[in-house]
Design a protein around this ligand. Structure first.
Ligand code: ARG
Length: 405
């Protein structure tokens, strides 16, 4: 096989099956001059029918198609990395952003196998994904050539629809879609349509993973999540694989109406966009994880780690998955997570979520020390410490009094 000529002729399209990426197929052939379009769809837990539809469409349009099942790897190496860093952005668990690096990495793997260097993606010029996808591809293949036709040609949705109809691109499902949805194991994000109006209340129909509080069972649900080294390993004592555990967490929390979040999100380019999220499983796991950290880490570790977590989250939001600062932050996170082993009990009820118990072999807690009937904590020894508490503030006030005179 002659890989040199092949490399010029083949383009690997990061393919979701939606309108934007579907019109890239004829565009790559007719406008960008590629002979062979290879489509790659990465399964990170989006609906099975979306994965199947993408494969179908790709076949109909004559591309060479690859579906890569990355669910377990995504859960273990991306979602659980996010758990260890309590990753949130503006009040919701990072989900779309942590899926982009693995999607790009899988596309690069396919390209390397085929000896291709050219890539295409369907990101617009307004969002965050263009940054995340392109950074990841370039980090893993520095000499990659990347095409972003939607952005490069300033396309509008109506132009895309017309072009798709002309070129026989199947778009029936896209036309029926009112909302723009992005979904993976860690969360489901809904935007577009009337949701773009910040004051428009999210209609019930946008939600698929979570019941509304009124429709949820009128019954308290208690459950236990066990962690080892900062990662969840079991629910109610039942050990499962990372992806299955996340799916189960989504089901339990979603059934109890936990995990709906409505935010005004600041995108990387500075645009404010109204987003709705369903993140039942991730909210459940993150809440439990934080409760366990509160039991095992020192006060100073918790305070310092909150700033490490915020830095990690910012890098993850921007898709800088292979950034040296992220590696450095993770080294600290890993040091703390060795102790984040134990079990947290939570109570869910019609949209509310409470931590009601936690245990760990690393608990920095001693019942006798904290108890009112303590025998080992000598109260009278606190006298001197209390007396000197706030010494500098008191000195300041006495000086301020003197200066007034
Ligand atoms: N704004 C979020 C992010 O950048 C989610 C975007 C997801 N896209 C969608 N069509 N809902 O991570």
């Amino acid at each position: 096989m002659n890989t040199t000529t092949n490399a010029k002729k083949t383009v690997v399209l990061v393919y979701s099956g939606g309108l934007d990426t579907s019109i890239c197929i004829p565009l790559m052939k007719e406008e960008y001059g590629y002979e062979r379009v290879v489509t790659v769809t990465v399964d990170v837990g989006q609906p099975a029918e979306d994965i199947a539809q993408a494969a179908d469409k790709a076949k109909q349009m004559g591309t060479e198609h690859y579906t890569v099942d990355a669910k377990e790897e995504f859960a273990r190496d991306f979602c659980f990395a996010a758990v260890k860093a309590n990753a949130m952005y503006e009040g919701y668990p990072l989900s779309t952003s942590i899926a982009r690096p693995i999607i790009a990495a899988k596309a690069v793997e396919v390209a390397k196998k085929l000896g291709a260097k050219a890539f295409a993606h369907g990101c617009t010029g307004k969002g965050n994904d263009q940054f995340r996808i392109e950074f990841a591809i370039r980090a893993l293949m520095p000499d990659a050539i990347i095409h972003a036709p939607i952005r490069e040609r300033n396309m509008t949705r109506s132009w895309e629809i017309e072009y798709a109809q002309q070129k026989g691109v199947p778009i029936k499902q896209s036309l029926e879609k009112i909302w723009s949805i992005d979904e993976n194991l860690w969360g489901r994000s809904i935007e577009g349509g009337r949701l773009e109006e910040p004051d428009f209340a999210p209609p019930e129909e946008i939600f698929q993973w979570t019941k509304s509080p009124t429709a949820a069972a009128d019954k308290v649900k208690e459950l236990k999540i066990t962690f080892e080294g900062g990662a969840p390993v079991a629910i109610d004592g039942e050990k499962t694989s990372p992806a299955k555990l996340v799916m189960l967490a989504n089901k339990i929390a979603g059934d109890n109406a936990v995990g709906r979040i409505d935010v005004m999100e600041d995108r990387m380019l500075g645009l404010k966009v109204r987003e709705n999220y369903e993140c039942p499983g991730s909210m459940l796991i993150l809440t439990a994880h934080k409760a366990l950290e509160a039991l095992v880490l020192t006060r100073d570790e918790l305070r310092f780690k909150a700033s490490v977590d915020a830095e990690w989250s910012k890098l993850a939001y921007e898709g800088l998955w292979w950034d040296p600062l992220k590696d450095g932050l993770e080294a600290y996170v890993a040091f703390t997570q060795k102790r984040v082993t134990g079990t947290v009990t939570l109570r869910l009820y019609k949209g509310s979520m409470q931590v009601i118990g936690r245990t760990s072999p690393w608990a920095l807690y001693n019942e006798d020390l904290a108890s009112f009937d303590t025998k080992t904590f000598e109260q009278s020894e606190s006298t001197g410490t209390v007396k000197n508490f706030g010494l500098q503030a008191r000195m300041y006030y006495s000086l301020a009094e003197k200066m007034k005179k």
